[in-house]
Design a protein. Structure first.
Length: 71
């Protein structure tokens, strides 16, 4: 039973609450996903954040600040 539990746990998504991006989800292939309202289009968009399991670093937050997607 322990082996099945470990396999199931490894398949569960990892979520984190980031102070800038809000709730984000880790994809096991090496990036995070976030959703935000893109005001120029008035629609929600999904973005990817290049970071490991520990979560985004300040450089990633700064990049999205500069392009104005997250406000």
């Amino acid at each position: 039973m322990g082996m099945i539990k470990r396999i199931l746990q490894s398949l569960r998504p990892i979520y984190m609450q980031d102070p800038f991006f809000g709730r984000i989800r880790f994809q096991k292939v090496g990036f995070w996903e976030a959703s935000t309202l893109f005001k120029p289009l008035g629609t929600r968009v999904e973005v990817t954040i290049d970071a490991d399991e520990k979560g985004p670093v300040e450089a990633e937050r700064e990049f999205y600040r500069e392009i104005g997607i997250f406000t």
